[in-house]
Design a protein around this ligand. Sequence first.
Ligand code: ADP
Length: 464
Amino acid sequence: MSGKLIVVSNRIPTAATPAGGLVYALHETLRKTGGIWVGSDPEFHASPSRSLTEIGDQSAYRRLAFGLTELDHQTFYLGFANSVLWPVCHRRGDLVRMSRRFEQGYRRVNKRLAQQIFEVAKVDDTIWVHDYHFFPLASELRKLGFEGKIGFFLHIPFPALGDLGALPLEASLARWLADYDLVGLQTRADVARCLEMFRSELGAELMNDGKIKYGDQTVGVRSFPIGIDVDTFVATAKRPMADAKLAADLSGDIVIGVDRLDYSKGLPNRFRAFGRYLETRTDKSRRASLLQIAPPTREEVTAYQDIRHELEELAGRLNGENAELDWTPLRYIHRNIDRNLLAKLYRIARVGLVTPFADGMNLVAKEYIAAQDPNDPGVLVLSRMAGAAEDMTQALLVNPYDIEEMSEALTQALNMPLQERQDRYEACMAQVKATDVGRWSENYLSALKDSRRKLSWDSFSSTG
Ligand code: ADP
């Protein structure tokens, strides 16, 4: 890469070395390449006209924050991003809340951010934009005259053509995405949906190399399944649990679920399926517990308040009907857990229960596998609707709408012989390693480097 790398994401990490996942991977990439990370800092409220503000004193790369006013927060973040785009991409058109103000806020923030980035970007720089908050950013940068490389990665599912009808007419994902050099998606199924949109909405042609041709330009559309930092996670999970009393309390058949409290995660059906498992188990002396860790998220959005109430009611009923004096079948923890402890909880659990209705990838599924003891691994029960299921086919795959099927999968998982558990674990672990997050960012950036937006005569002749 000749110029510098500029990463754009909704949140900017404030810790010197951020913990875990994507943020850690991007931090490591920028630490090696140098460059700039642009994002909103929740601590930082600026007047919208101001330039990006330098935060922290990180020597390897710069961190520049953009400010959001209260109106921006309501319309751009809570409004268009999380009450329109999020439900549309997660097949929940029924939860979309439409308002002209949301769309205006979304455009205003993207336009302003493009101007702010344009002030610091040079033509040979590469800009890597993350997620649904910033679909129009490349279009806005191109309007300002930025000709350099701009890549996009969508972390959530790409919507089906039919669901795009729930977006306002002027919000054209196809036109917005056509201004990027490379559109990265989580799965092959996402790529298929994206290509279908380009063909149907823009009449774009699919070229031999998998790119689309639109007017005199091309856009690469490829899947880059994201993963976790495998070595660190494996090492953390292996260390013994410091709290001996907690370790003793957690003995027995633990089934674990770890999710932000989001309606896309399928939590009510998961609780129902666990209840059904308890009801139908033949050996009543066997006392499995579901440990569900679900920290709150986006609590200002009504749909998130509703799901919280629904779960509290279900949890109360499940324990009321099944608990004994010395046994609580469901432990429902509504807060964040330290990642070191989380890794150990995964390892103790006999079953990882991951049952979203829709999920871009689902990193919890990969963390659960990475945390297992290869000599005595637990079993992953995984929704077919999670991006992770496309490659982790040796998990016990379930339909998250089918309570009976999930309950049967729990029975099968809790009774699975050692050899089968090991075989399934090894197959899943091979996939977890193949998508290590360090390799993910390298693969993406190298594909972006090789991409070419303007059509050359060679590509004309190859498509006939
Ligand atoms: P999403 O990005 O939709 O939240 P993922 O499963 O892809 O879903 O990623 C969630 C990440 O957040 C995982 O790395 C997981 O370990 C972490 N996480 C989820 N819940 C908790 C929690 N209660 N405490 C700590 N980390 C959590």
